[in-house]
Write a protein that binds this ligand. Structure first.
Ligand code: MLT
Length: 397
């Protein structure tokens, strides 16, 4: 008889963003006339930029000719994209070897899959609130999870606590869901902790492009010693609008060893066995992001979203509502008006303003009483949503 992985009985029945979508869809079905604006899941609305579209067309043409047609590609990504990524890191002052870079279909997949190369006995440290993928994927494997409190008093940027020992440490900066961003000195403390305890930091840099201040790090490898203790995950989803196109990358430095083995070698082995690589067409599109025009065009889109973030934070400022994020991140994290609970506010915002957001509680205990909005909608919808927000909750901030 086949047996199930009983760890699945320990996770919530549905993934947070599926739950939010289900509730929003139910509301829409019951109120067909309602003009519902979705600022819940961080899904982009700007189309792919012209440089990317041009590369896609040209790659499709390559696939139509015998001379340029591509079959299976290298599981870890084509050299042309990995060279572009290496140059991108070099701009941040980070020197990488091309074989330290692995191209994938996105950061979420790699963040889950990386656990294949770690023992199930490892203790995992996650901040609370946290991106649910880090928690759910470890529960699926049966690992012990320890939570580190992120709250208003530490600006939602918890620092290492020597009394808490952990083997795997998740850090997301700029943070999902809070939008808070670690500075160099704070990340240096994390690197020192990981080195001292022989832990490995799993660093999610998916939102690095939103960092507005050059003094803030955009990669963990900007911190000395990080190559010996950190794996970095990044994605084109939020940077270049690839949520539907799918491409990301993970850096596993050669210098990172545990139990006398290079993790790079283990990850290569895992990927060559279980992953067939990202399509040539998509990798060509991703490489176009790093051309001069590509970079200019994606930053136009990022700035567009930043204007939305300002529309949201201006409204919260006017209403006197506490928030963080928005400056270096597409996410704005705020205290629910009128001391409401997160799901209570979710319902109130949906019914009074027809706006969908994400309840902070869905990201952990410390998210109770908080709420997350994204700046990834259109200008029109963001302005309209915040106008309705102000009308509905104007006296309660
Ligand atoms: C989010 O809304 O937190 C993200 O879109 C989820 C993701 O990137 O998987």
């Amino acid at each position: 008889m086949a047996h199930i992985n009983a760890n699945y009985l320990n996770i919530k029945e549905s993934y947070l963003f599926s739950e939010v979508a289900n509730r929003a869809n139910k509301y829409k079905a019951e109120n067909p006339g309602a003009d519902v604006i979705r600022l819940g899941i961080g899904d982009v609305t700007r189309p792919l930029c012209p440089a990317v579209i041009e590369a896609l067309h040209s790659a499709v043409n390559d696939m139509s000719e015998t001379e340029t047609f591509k079959g299976y590609g290298p599981e870890q990504g084509y050299g042309f994209l990995k060279e572009s990524l290496r140059a991108y890191y070099a701009e941040k002052g980070v020197e990488l070897d091309i074989d330290e870079i692995f191209v994938s279909d996105g950061a979420k997949s790699d963040l889950g899959n990386i656990l294949d190369i770690f023992s199930k006995d490892n203790v995992v440290l996650v901040p609370d609130p946290v991106y649910p993928v880090y928690v759910d994927t470890n529960i699926m494997d049966g690992r012990k999870i320890v939570y580190l409190s992120a709250n208003e008093s530490n600006n939602f940027l918890p620092l290492p606590d020597e009394n808490i020992k952990a083997d795997l440490i998740y850090i997301c900066s700029p943070n999902n869901p809070t939008g808070a961003c670690y500075n160099r000195e704070q990340l240096t403390q994390w690197v020192a902790y990981a080195r001292k305890n022989n832990s490995v930091i799993l660093y999610d840099a998916a939102y690095e492009c939103f960092v507005s201040d050059d003094s803030l790090p955009r990669s963990i490898y900007e911190i000395e010693g990080a190559k010996e203790c950190a794996i970095e995950f990044c994605s084109f989803s939020k940077t270049a609008g690839f949520t539907g196109t799918r491409c990301g990358y993970t850096v596993v430095p050669f210098a990172l060893e545990r139990d006398g083995h290079k993790l790079n070698k283990f990850w290569l082995r895992r990927q060559t066995t279980k992953f067939n690589g990202v399509s040539y067409i998509v990798q060509k599109a991703a490489a176009a992001v790093f051309t001069e025009e590509g970079k200019k065009q994606i930053y136009e889109n990022i700035n567009y979203y930043k204007e939305n973030a300002k529309t949201i934070t201006d409204t919260l400022d006017r209403l006197g509502i506490w928030y963080c994020g928005g400056k270096h991140s597409p996410y704005i994290w705020f205290r629910c008006p009128d001391n409401m609970g997160s799901w209570e506010f979710f319902d109130a915002l949906l019914s009074k303003a027809n706006v969908v957001g994400t309840p902070g509680e869905g990201f952990g205990e410390n998210g109770k009483g908080y709420f997350r909005l994204t700046s990834f909608s259109t200008h029109e919808n963001t302005k309209e949503a915040m106008k309705r927000f102000e009308k509905a909750f104007g006296n309660n901030g």
